[in-house]
Design a protein around this ligand. Structure first.
Ligand code: SF4
Length: 381
C-alpha cells in the first residue's frame, strides 16, 4: 500500500469508539505532571509556552521554579525582563520568555489582570497562536477549542491516514478539521490533554507502540501498514560546522560583559564577547581576537591564553567555541559610543555574574571566572 494524501473520513461510530477508548486509556495512564490538575490559566499558559520545543522532563523544574518566584500574572508583569530571562536561562528559545513577559503586561493593562476568555483577544497576546490559545481556553475554562501541536499532528495524520505535507496550507486545514471533529462537546480540556499524551507516549515519532495502542483498530495508517511513512518525514536541515571565540576580557578585578541586542537569538541576554573566527595559526587567531573584541565592544585588548573549548549546537549549527583570556588596554569608556552589534556593555565583578541572565555557554565561562578554573586543552593564540 502506498501513502495517499486523501484522509479517511471519520464517521459517528468511529468517533464514539475513539473517544471512549482514549478516555479509558488516559484515566489509567496519564502522567502526573506539575501543570496537570490546575485550572489556573496563568500556570497552564506558562507550561504551554515552556513546552514549545522543549522536553517535558526539562520543563518540570523550570516550571516549578518560575511559578514559585512569579506565582501570578501580576507578579510576572511587575518584574524586570532581566529577572524573567534569568529564570528562563538554559531553556533556550528566549523569545518565548520575552513574549510571555510582554503578554503579562498586556493582560494587566488591557484585561485588568484577568486572562481573557475571548479567543481573538487571547490570540492578540504576544507569543500566543491558535494552538496555545486552544490549549489554555480548553484546559482552564473547558471551552471547546481544538489543538494542533507536534504530538497531535503526528497522531491525527496517522489516525486519518493523511500522507500529505503537514506544513502545507492544505495539510493544516485537513488536520485542524480532524482536531475539530474529534473533540467532544464536554470536557474538551481533558480530552485535548489525552490526545497529546497518546501522541507523546504511544504514537511516538519513531517506532510507534501500535501493539499497545488503545485505538489500534481505529487507525488508518496502522491498518495500511504505513505508520512509519506517515507523517511524511521533513527534509533534514544540513548541519553546518561553525567556529567561534569568546574572550574573558579582564580589567583589574572585573570582566567585560556584553548584552545582545533586539532581533537576535539571545536578545536581552548577557555574554562574554564572542564572534566567529577562521584563523589557524597562533598569529592569525591573536589578530582575530583583538579585532573581534574591538569591533564588537569598542575595547582594545591584548590577547591572552586559550582556556577552554566548549561544544554546543544551535538549530542547524554545530559550534566549537574556543575561550580565551584577554587583558583590557583601552576604550569602552562609560561615555564611549556603543557599537551597533550590542545593546550594552558592563564591567562586572565575578561575584555579580550569578545575577545576570547569560547564554548557556556564557554561564559556563562565568563558572570558570568565578572558580578561577583554567586551561583545558590549553594553547596560546
Ligand atoms: S495504532 Fe500506531 S500509528 Fe495508529 S495511533 Fe496507535 S500508535 Fe499511532
Amino acid at each position: 500500500m502506498t501513502a495517499s494524501e486523501e484522509a479517511t473520513p471519520l464517521d459517528l461510530a468511529w468517533l464514539r469508539a475513539f473517544r471512549r477508548k482514549l478516555r479509558a486509556w488516559y484515566d489509567a495512564n496519564a502522567r502526573v505532571l506539575p501543570w496537570r490538575g490546575t485550572r489556573d490559566p496563568y500556570a497552564i499558559w506558562l507550561s504551554e509556552i515552556m513546552l514549545q520545543q522543549t522536553q517535558v522532563e526539562t520543563v518540570k523544574a523550570y516550571f516549578q521554579r518560575f511559578l514559585a518566584e512569579l506565582p501570578t500574572v501580576q507578579a510576572l508583569a511587575g518584574v524586570d525582563e532581566q529577572k524573567v530571562l534569568r529564570l528562563w536561562e538554559g531553556l533556550g528559545y528566549y523569545r518565548r520568555a520575552r513574549q510571555l513577559h510582554k503578554a503579562a503586561k498586556q493582560i494587566v493593562e488591557e484585561h485588568d489582570g484577568q486572562f481573557p476568555r475571548d479567543p481573538l483577544a487571547v490570540e492578540r497576546l504576544p507569543g500566543i497562536g491558535r494552538y496555545t490559545a486552544g490549549a489554555i481556553l480548553s484546559i482552564a475554562f473547558d471551552e471547546r477549542r481544538p489543538i494542533l501541536e507536534a504530538n497531535t499532528v503526528r497522531l491525527f495524520s496517522r489516525l486519518i491516514g493523511y500522507a500529505g505535507d503537514t506544513m502545507s496550507s492544505a495539510g493544516r486545514k485537513t488536520l485542524w478539521s480532524a482536531a475539530e471533529a474529534l473533540l467532544p462537546k464536554r470536557d474538551a480540556g481533558r480530552f485535548n490533554q489525552s490526545l497529546m499524551e497518546l501522541g507523546s507516549l504511544v504514537c511516538r515519532p519513531k517506532a510507534p507502540l501500535c501493539e499497545t495502542c488503545p485505538v489500534l483498530g481505529l487507525c488508518a495508517a496502522q491498518r495500511q501498514g504505513l505508520q512509519a511513512e506517515i507523517p511524511r518525514p521533513k527534509a533534514r536541515a544540513k548541519i553546518e560546522d561553525v567556529r567561534d571565540a569568546a574572550v574573558i576580557v579582564r580589567r583589574g578585578p572585573r570582566v567585560l560583559l556584553i548584552q545582545w541586542p533586539e532581533g537576535g537569538r539571545w536578545a536581552g541576554l548577557w555574554d562574554f564577547p564572542r564572534f566567529a573566527i577562521h584563523g589557524v595559526s597562533v598569529s592569525e587567531i591573536r589578530r582575530e581576537l583583538i579585532e573581534g573584541v574591538q569591533q564588537l565592544t569598542g575595547t582594545t585588548i591584548s590577547a591572552g591564553e586559550h582556556c577552554k573549548t566548549l561544544r554546543h549546537g544551535v538549530t542547524r549549527f554545530r559550534i566549537t567555541l574556543e575561550c580565551f583570556e584577554g587583558e583590557y588596554l583601552t576604550g569602552a569608556s562609560r561615555n564611549g559610543k556603543m557599537p551597533k552589534a550590542i545593546a550594552a556593555r558592563k564591567w562586572v565583578r565575578p561575584e555579580e555574574l550569578p545575577g545576570y541572565p547569560l547564554s548557556s555557554t556564557g554561564r559556563k565561562i562565568a563558572g570558570l571566572v568565578i572558580t578561577g578554573g583554567k586551561t583545558e586543552q590549553s594553547k596560546s593564540p
